[in-house]
Write a protein that binds this ligand. Structure first.
Ligand SMILES: CC(C)(COP(=O)(O)OP(=O)(O)OC[C@H]1O[C@@H](n2cnc3c(N)ncnc32)[C@H](O)[C@@H]1OP(=O)(O)O)[C@@H](O)C(=O)NCCC(=O)NCCS
Length: 389
């Protein structure tokens, strides 16, 4: 086994969000809600929705290719691909296997990781362990979700929260100073059914009865999830910092899971940390689950909020209830992001034809996609029949 490096560094980063926007004004026409309530209670103004020919794997592959390019690597330099997701393209094969094919990697091991919205943080921790043990030199860690396919657009308690996206980092072995400093992961099964997707697994295989009961969509007890989230995010952050041997004032930027602005503000308040040093983009994307933290991290770097030598704290929570936090020192040159210019959906090799004859796009959003002014003004869909009409 090769000698273990002294450091595990983020060397590449990248993200992808589909172009179609679902705004609060759209939702006002679909369920009994309004922009003012949504913005006040969640901070969300719009979310992105994957097109009919986009999947978790295709979005993950674009974010992954961007992260590999930013790291100055080629796809075949990657030894391991981990995809955190609760919306894999299929129960099997893994989305990670599809990503490997899509980015043209010939040699990596690839697997999915199920920790819901903490999936990216758990993936980072797993990748760190592989690199630190000398079992891999470069690991591609992706968080990717197509939550719009698991969202009930008749349920106003959940449909305003979620969106689609992907984000990625490359973790690399290095003998340079800096890199990962403290990792904490927790799981509290007492909250396992606060946010969950009842049907489609081995305990409740999909059938007419589960479809009728709309159990193929996410269910959530919002206010209980909220309280547990604030508490867990705070304790997990503190534990990660303690393992890193740092104090909160040493942290330059916190990049939290973007679930709800009030949860993020509650975290900052409980830690006594200023919101000016917390990155927020929940207004533009909503909750993109495992994609949330790497998408926010990429945007934080792109907007000049991260510089070499900064200490960052990434923290997330999700179904399980899982939680995880990473404290690390950023060592890469933010300008390396330019290496990914020109990489887009056309750069990945996923043939959408395999989806025929099922249209994965939510029928409830066809009017938004068509550009109609209202659901009533839209032409009825004439495309492929949908799975969730
Ligand atoms: C879902 C969430 C936004 C609801 O906000 P809340 O402040 O807890 O609101 P409540 O559920 O207590 O509802 C308050 C009122 O608003 C109403 N309401 C609920 N959804 C509404 C909507 N979309 N539009 C307008 N009113 C709504 C409720 O019916 C209730 O009315 P009432 O007081 O007359 O009974 C919030 O609980 C939340 O974000 N929870 C965490 C969810 C989360 O992060 N999940 C992901 C985990 S990774």
């Amino acid at each position: 086994m090769p000698r273990s490096p002294s450091g595990v560094h983020v060397t590449g980063w990248g993200a992808y969000a589909p172009s179609l926007k679902l705004t609060n004004a759209h939702l006002e026409q679909m369920v009994d809600t309004n922009d003012e309530w949504i913005v006040t209670r969640t901070g969300i103004r719009e979310r992105r929705i994957a097109g009919p020919d986009e999947t978790t794997a295709s979005m993950a592959a674009v974010a992954g290719l961007r992260a590999i390019a930013t790291a100055g690597l080629q796809p075949d330099d990657i030894d391991l691909i981990i995809v955190g997701t609760l919306t894999p393209d299929y129960p099997m094969p893994s989305t990670a296997a599809l990503v490997k094919g899509a980015i043209g990697n010939k040699r990596a091991a690839a697997f999915d990781l199920g920790a819901a919205c903490s999936g990216f943080i758990y993936g980072y921790a797993t990748a760190h362990a592989y690199v630190a043990a000398g079992m891999a030199k470069n690991v591609l860690v992706i968080g990717a979700e197509t939550l719009s396919r698991a969202t009930d657009f008749t349920d106003r308690g959940t449909c305003l929260l979620f969106g689609d996206a992907a984000g990625a980092v490359v973790l690399s072995a290095s003998d340079e100073p800096g890199g990962t400093m403290g990792i904490e992961m927790t799981t509290e099964p007492s909250g396992a059914y606060l946010i969950w997707l009842p049907a489609g697994g081995a305990a409740r295989p999909s059938c007419d009865a589960t479809l009728e009961a709309r159990e193929h969509y996410m269910k959530m007890k919002g206010s209980e999830t909220f309280k547990m989230a604030v508490r867990t995010l705070g304790s997990t952050s503190q534990a990660s910092l303690a393992k890193a041997g740092l104090e909160l004032e040493d942290i330059d930027l916190v990049v939290p899971h973007q679930a709800n602005i009030r949860i993020i503000e509650g975290l900052a308040k409980s830690l006594g940390f200023p919101m000016e040093r917390v990155f927020v983009n929940v207004d533009c994307y909503g909750n993109t689950s495992a994609a949330s933290v790497p998408l926010a991290l990429s945007e934080a770097v792109a907007s000049g909020r991260v510089k070499q030598g900064d200490k960052l704290l990434l923290v997330a929570f999700g179904s399980g209830l899982t939680s995880g936090a990473i404290t690390f020192e950023w060592t890469a040159d933010p300008a390396n992001a330019a290496r990914a210019d020109g990489i887009g959906p056309e750069s990945v090799k996923i043939a959408p034809g395999y989806l025929e004859p099922v249209n994965p796009f939510p029928p409830a959003l066809e009017w938004v996609r068509s550009g109609a002014a209202s659901p009533a003004a839209a032409q009825p869909p004439t495309r492929r029949e949908s799975h969730n009409a």
